[in-house]
Design a protein around this ligand. Sequence first.
Ligand code: FMN
Length: 160
Amino acid sequence: MSNILVAYFSASGVTENIAIKLSEVVDGDLYEIEPETLYTDADLDWTNEKSRSSIEMRENPSFRPPIATAVDNIDKYDTIFLGFPIWWYVAPTIINTFLESYDLSSKTIIPFATSGSSGMGNTNSALKASCPNANLIEGKRFPANASKDQLKSWIDNLDI
Ligand SMILES: Cc1cc2nc3c(=O)[nH]c(=O)nc-3n(C[C@H](O)[C@H](O)[C@H](O)COP(=O)(O)O)c2cc1C
């Protein structure tokens, strides 16, 4: 693998921790998908159907939360590891914002996620339309404390 980007969104730091380790394991550049408006604790309250995250994920999933900064020269990357927390069983819609912001034709995109307990589920079917010409491969959900060794053995077994 060459020219690797590790792009991630992390609302409370769990996915960020994995993304940092992963960027070290694959020797990739790290890029944080930072929302224009950061999510507060109240925004993340999934028990409140009127919280920002509930509205974005459930009421208005076609809305694309804006991202603060762009990747510097996406063209230099062939492979993008794409990290996020599972929200309501799929990727947060800011991940769709990210994918729709670039021409990702023929790039390989490898999702990774953290969650309370859910797996990747139908995550890719909610992402595919946002990167129709990319090679979106089946990703993996990791526990919060995943080690570099765990990440490495996953990557070694990826069919890319
Ligand atoms: C709005 C919201 C929805 C969530 N939905 C799920 C879910 O469907 N399944 C699950 O196992 N965890 C769910 N979680 C828990 C997060 O996936 C988990 O805490 C994750 O590790 C947080 O990562 P972060 O710190 O990188 O944001 C949800 C959290 C939030 C804030």
